[in-house]
Write a protein that binds this ligand. Structure first.
Ligand code: AMP
Length: 414
């Protein structure tokens, strides 16, 4: 039986690559405009890094990580997200001591063992950014704006931004008690999942898809109404700066997100064009994560965006520019014995940065011309006959159909 790619993984074929590089180029350009520097980290890390940072009670750590024991008995995990790795690298190389503020970005594959479905893969790709070393609400907002601008520049229209604040742990812990009190006489009605989360990750009850849970959480007290002064102020600043940047948003007090390490701002950008898995990106501030991993006090804020979903949204909204496949030259061999000469002429053009194709299988002139057309050759150079003996070749412009004689040696010099 022929092997197939594992469920939830995908080949990205040459016909799809242009979309990917188009998006990647836009990411590089935008990040460069905001002065973010690219970082690449290994595809796997020690498992405990993710357990410690993402949190044992999260879906990612409790049921989605690709974890295995390698031949030297170390527990390894394919990275399910990037923040932990970026923080690890920052600490390991003391980037935080070399400069106060580190603005970093990445494009990388991530791995999570989720149930494969539309918009949900086991190997997927994210781009994202992490800013380490500042608590300024300007940077919470900058992070949101970068993601927003990239979606806008892709031409996407059908997306919206939701923001919320999770405050600081002191006010959050107080609020969690309030939520626990509210739920105390409703526990029996909760779904099994939610019952479990009561002790481990109570905020996640707001994410439940269960109808009875939803009805209960509809009436629940909201963290946003119980923020301390500092957190309120931070959130107000973020909103003000977003207003100033003309970025529309909706405050969603039920947006809690899955990860333990968030403080203050959390946000999500959702698309109306991709079906159920609608989150294109998510992020937030994580002022306590670095201390958790490395006992150094470095505040952070970041986002991660899913490339597969973004490209799906682009496709469904029909916004990606149609890039035509073209090559600069096709060199046609008029006589069969000139294979090596044609090969050499092509190599020469290629070394001058032209994209060039030739025939490798002694096909007829007609077949070569057909191939030149299929490949979208802008020009065809015809090599052979008595012209070749005079050191010349015919150059045909495939657009106008015009044909001219060129001196091969002169032509190569250009
Ligand atoms: P998260 O780290 O879960 O907040 O994910 C950030 C973004 O990555 C999401 O908004 C999605 O666009 C994308 N994403 C997360 N998980 C998957 C997955 N299994 N397959 C495809 N995209 C994903």
């Amino acid at each position: 039986v022929m092997n197939k790619a594992i469920a939830g993984t995908r080949d990205i074929l040459p016909e799809d690559i242009q979309k990917w590089t188009y998006l990647e180029n836009l990411v590089h350009t935008t990040m460069n405009n905001f002065n973010y520097k690219e970082i690449r980290t290994p595809i796997f890390e020690e498992t405990r890094l993710f357990k410690r940072s993402i949190g044992e009670a999260t879906d990612i750590v409790s049921k989605e990580m690709y974890t295995f024991i390698d031949r030297s008995e170390t527990s390894i995990t394919l990275k399910p997200e990037m923040t932990a790795s970026v923080v690890r690298a920052l600490l390991e190389h003391s980037l935080d001591k070399q400069q106060q503020l580190n603005k970093l970005y990445y494009i990388a594959p991530m791995f999570r063992q989720e149930r494969p479905q539309a918009g949900r893969f086991r190997q997927f790709h994210q781009f994202g950014a992490e800013v380490l070393g500042s608590t300024s609400p300007l940077l919470d907002t900058e992070i949101i704006i970068i993601a927003y601008r990239i979606f806008q520049n892709l031409g996407l229209k059908n997306f919206s931004l939701k923001i919320n604040s999770l405050g600081i742990p002191a006010s959050r812990d107080k609020y969690k008690n309030l939520l626990r009190d509210y739920l105390s006489d409703k526990i029996e009605t909760l779904s099994d999942d939610s019952k479990q989360r009561l002790d481990t990750n109570i905020l996640r009850l707001f994410d439940s898809k269960d109808e009875r849970d939803k009805a209960i959480m509809e009436q629940a007290p909201l963290l946003l109404d119980h923020l301390d002064e500092e957190s309120k102020e931070h959130f107000e600043s973020v909103k003000e700066i977003l207003d100033g940047a003309d970025i529309p948003y909706e405050v969603d007090p039920k947006l809690v997100r899955g990860l333990d390490y968030y403080t203050h701002t959390t946000f999500e950008i959702v698309s109306g064009s991709v079906g159920a898995q609608s989150a294109l990106c998510g992020g937030g501030r994580y002022d306590l994560l670095v201390k958790e991993i490395g006992e150094r006090d470095v505040p952070g804020v970041g986002f991660a965006a899913g490339i597969e979903r973004i490209l799906l949204a682009c496709e469904n909204e029909g916004v990606l520019p149609k890039i035509e496949n073209k090559i600069d030259y096709y060199v046609v061999r008029l006589n069969k014995e000139l294979s090596n000469e044609v090969f050499e002429i092509a190599s020469n053009l290629r070394s001058k940065n032209q994209s060039v194709e030739i025939d490798y299988s002694l096909r007829s002139v007609k077949a070569q011309m057909r191939e030149a057309n299929r490949l979208g050759a802008v020009k065809v150079l015809m090599v052979g006959g008595e012209e070749f003996e005079r050191g010349k070749a015919a150059l045909k412009d495939m657009c106008t159909g015009e044909q001219a004689e060129v001196e091969i040696s002169e032509f190569m010099k250009k």
